[in-house]
Design a binder for this molecule. Sequence first.
Ligand code: KG4
Ligand code: ZN
Length: 360
Amino acid sequence: MTRPLTVLGIESSCDDTAAAVLRGSDILSSVVYGQTDLHAAFGGVVPEVAARAHAEKLDHCIEQAMDEADVGFDDLDGIAVTAGPGLIGGVLSGVMCAKGLAAATGLPLIGVNHLAGHALTPRLTDDVPYPYLMLLVSGGHCQFLIVEAHDRYRRIGGTIDDAPGEAFDKTARLLGLPQPGGPSVERAARDGDASRFDLPRPLLGQPGCDMSFSGLKTALLRARDGVVAQKGGLTTQDQADLAAGFQEAVVDILTRKSRRALEVYAQASPDTPTFAIAGGVAANGPIRSALQTLCDETGTAFMSPPMALCTDNAAMIAYAGMERLRHGQIDDLTLSARPRWPLDDRAAPMLGSGKKGAKA
Ligand code: KG4
Ligand code: ZN
């Protein structure tokens, strides 16, 4: 029997500094230092603040991950690091740190695409067979991927503007609810009447799996301003109704586009059709249950990794790196940091840049 590989993973592409040690599919440690407090006053991630915090925290974070895993550098087979896409200062901090460690230890260096980390997580947690359909939905990403192999992805659609997490965060700000917006909008929506405001579902009439959320955001702003102009402010019930209307529109867009994505995926004739969801927005109850129902209707297995592995973490980077290492796909010290790095080179490039960095 071959010995399982042991890989250190490093992640610093957005606002989480993370390090993890993986042995085979066992997560020996996974440490995440979040930066939410550092950026809270600015209403979004400030790239320079993030980069500085990553540079300060990476050493401690890696040390803690190695300690918790009870391994030394001699026990490792490789060092995997997110080399993009993301906020360039943060990605650079991680890549420079990993290069330093690789140069000092002689260990193989593996540059990993952050999106591949998310997309391969269902393999790490549940050994899901290829090809599977993935909806990656977070504050910075929103795309449908058919995952065919650890290094082969088909991007069949995605947002043409904002990511849904961004829209949840903006909605919370407009309604005077706390950040991060997703959980607070979800909570407020529980007591709301989603039918009170007529909010749009952009692109639903168009063919294909692309989505748009910025028009929804603007419509919500107008609806809120209408109420404020009438009453001089928002009552708790107004907040709840606006939150519910917004959330229902997002659920509708994601579900109806997921149905189309499942049709495209079915053409690949998978033996065990599986639809996986990951990213912070995957925590949303109504979104999960709508997608679960869709999968039940279409005979597709629905899966979502545990939340700690859905959001940014380094265990997923270690896993994606381990897959590359097993296939001899290693880098050298010329590895560069890439702000943009689409998983599927054949797909049309995406426009725009989210508050959490360039969209891939
Ligand atoms: O994956 P993540 O932790 O970070 C990146 O964006 O990379 O996702 C964070 C996003 C935030 O925009 C947050 O508002 C959203 O996920 N989120 C949610 C929920 N929990 C977190 N959105 C909707 N419903 C939730 N329960
Ligand atoms: Zn991410």
